[in-house]
Design a protein around this ligand. Structure first.
Ligand SMILES: NC(=O)c1ccc[n+]([C@@H]2O[C@H](COP(=O)([O-])OP(=O)(O)OC[C@H]3O[C@@H](n4cnc5c(N)ncnc54)[C@H](O)[C@@H]3O)[C@@H](O)[C@H]2O)c1
Length: 250
């Protein structure tokens, strides 16, 4: 029970890595608020997990909605210990095929969203002198890939945003760190293979991407997120942890 009585907010907690994180946090004794724009899926998970979880509808791209969500969560809990900026949106297109709407969707969800969440959730943490923020970036934010200019720019921006925030928050008692997952078997990855002409070939290619020879699971990423949420990571500030089966070690 490493998160006993700890109050956690997880964006994009209705699916994939976010849902695995919500489950793990609850197993470790936390109370969790899921913020997701897929409210039915978020509520289904919250109902399954019982009283320690509740869900609110939120599109992380919209500042008035983020502000309202923060007011609602702080009215209910008084304080928040952990914020996981996990909601994400992918795009697999070349730079010249990417439309302005697609670019904005990806940058707004994967980079502006975490900033807005920090802007409205972190000041009360600073006032209280404690808290932990975990941003979920990607190996696409660390190395170049084809078809990844929008997504990679957003995730690379999130890595640097984490470091900049870490310096701004350094003496406040609030920690902020970043997890960079590799190829993880989730609905997002499923959507990517659905777009490929031969799905099975794409899946077998993905299994070969990481040196360990398989895709990761959402639960394995949740374990790394738990580390940053718990006091075990008390000296980590602005850390960028690759959880990618050795990909960035190459
Ligand atoms: N799956 C991978 O291989 C992989 C690899 C590296 C990084 N990531 C990152 O991990 C995070 C989780 O990815 P996943 O694979 O679990 O994806 P997923 O698609 O299974 O889940 C994403 C969740 O975010 C929610 N969401 C999307 N846009 C939103 C918005 N604007 N506002 C609120 N909620 C929104 C969705 O409803 C969904 O519940 C993302 O940030 C993703 O970029 C995933």
């Amino acid at each position: 029970m490493r998160l006993s009585n700890v109050k956690c907010v997880v964006t994009g907690g209705a699916s994939g890595i976010g849902a695995a994180t919500v489950r793990r946090f609850v197993e470790e004794g936390a109370e969790v608020c899921i913020l997701d724009y897929d409210l039915p899926a978020a509520e289904t998970l919250a109902n399954e997990l019982g009283e320690s979880v509740f869900a609110l509808e939120l599109d992380v791209r919209l500042e008035p909605a983020v502000q309202a969500a923060a007011e609602s969560v702080y009215a209910r809990w008084e304080h928040v210990d952990v914020l996981v900026n996990n909601a994400g949106s992918e795009l697999n297109k070349t730079y010249d095929e990417t439309t302005l709407d697609e670019w904005d969707r990806v940058i707004d969800t994967d980079l502006k969203g975490p900033w807005l969440l920090c802007k409205h959730f972190v000041p009360p943490m600073v006032e209280r002198g404690q808290g932990s923020v975990i941003n979920i970036a990607s190996l696409n934010g660390l190395v170049g890939f084809p078809l990844s200019t929008a997504y990679g720019s957003a995730k690379g921006g999130l890595v640097v945003f984490t470091r900049d925030m870490a310096i701004e928050l350094a003496t406040t008692g609030v920690r902020i760190n970043c997890v960079c997952p590799g190829v993880i078997e989730t609905p997002m990855m499923e959507r990517w293979t659905d777009l490929m002409p031969d799905k099975q070939e794409a899946q077998s290619m993905l299994r070969g991407v990481m040196p360990i020879g398989r895709m990761g699971t959402a639960e394995e990423v949740a374990g790394a997120i738990l580390f940053f949420a718990s006091p075990d990571s008390s000296l980590c500030q602005g850390a960028v942890l690759s959880v990618d089966g050795g990909f960035t070690a190459q």
